[in-house]
Design a protein around this ligand. Structure first.
Ligand code: NAD
Length: 253
């Protein structure tokens, strides 16, 4: 798709990979709606790029429906959805205080997996009604998984399961929406330099960087955003999960 003038929705766009993506899409001429549970940060991120910031809990049906409607009222129906909202909460199956509370597992699934599907279904419902562009294309949806879906570490059962779910729904979603010319692609990032990682002590950050074969540093949010832009513009990428990780394969712990 030629991105100039298109409406785009970026969830989790208040921070990290989502904020970089919102900036990149705006730079390519998109009208960007930044959806985030942190409304103040969403508005601030959106203001920097001439977009609109909207409060949204991606795991909640009513909240997401209201946010997508608000975005559509402001910019028209989105041809691009990028699902970046997510949480990385860690926890062992059997910890010091006994079994992991089921609610902790369910929360990660609700935000990362159900939240991605929630926005995918709402955005797709709008996209299928749009006029077709070149090749009959109507829209593109980019999800964010993690390499933890393949090599989840100790403490990541919920996170890894949620991200494996995102990878699992990519192909059936792409197959179903193919008829409407809507592509579905997932990125599985390795370790990226975002607020999540910046909060760690420098020596821990260095240790993480050293575990990456090449380049031996954390990924930059701009590198993630650049892949999103490429996916949006390259119509032949569809139904696939792309690792973006400097060849990192995570160890058990
Ligand atoms: N940073 C990494 O190394 C890395 C690696 C692999 C995957 N990921 C994934 O990339 C995505 C972005 O991560 P990031 O590092 O930019 O994190 P981040 O914490 O900087 O940004 C995540 C954003 O999601 C928002 N969010 C959280 N719960 C939400 C909800 N219920 N509804 C709406 N918004 C919500 C947060 O407010 C925040 O702005 C996540 O899905 C994460 O799992 C990140």
């Amino acid at each position: 798709m030629h991105l100039q003038g298109l409406a785009a929705i970026v969830t989790g766009g208040a921070s990290g990979l989502g904020a970089a993506t919102a900036q990149r899409l705006a730079g390519a001429g998109c009208r960007v709606a930044v959806l985030d549970i942190n409304e103040a940060a969403a508005v601030e991120s959106a203001q920097r790029i001439g977009g609109i910031g909207i409060a949204c809990d991606v795991g909640d049906a009513a909240s997401a429906e209201a946010a997508v409607t608000k975005a559509r009222d402001a910019h028209g129906p989105a041809r691009i959805l990028v699902n970046c909202a997510g949480v990385g909460t860690a926890g062992r199956i059997v910890g010091r205080d006994g079994p992991m509370p089921l609610a902790a597992f369910a929360r990660v699934i609700r935000i990362n997996l159900i939240g991605s599907f929630n926005l995918l279904r709402l955005a797709a419902a709008n996209m299928v009604q749009l006029d077709p562009l070149e090749d009959g294309e109507r829209g593109v949806i980019v999800n964010t998984a993690s390499i933890a879906a393949y090599e989840g570490q100790v403490g990541q059962p919920a996170y890894a399961a949620s991200k494996a779910g995102v990878i699992g729904m990519t192909l059936p979603a792409a197959r179903e929406l193919a008829r409407a010319g809507v592509r579905v692609v997932t990125i599985a990032p390795g370790l990226f330099h975002t607020p999540m990682v910046e909060a760690l002590p420098p020596e821990v950050q260095q240790g993480l960087s050293n575990s990456i074969p090449f380049p031996q540093r954390l990924g930059l949010p701009a590198e993630y955003a650049s892949l999103v832009e490429h996916i949006a513009t390259n119509r032949f990428i569809n139904g696939e999960t792309i690792r973006l990780d400097g060849a990192l394969r995570m160890a058990p712990r």
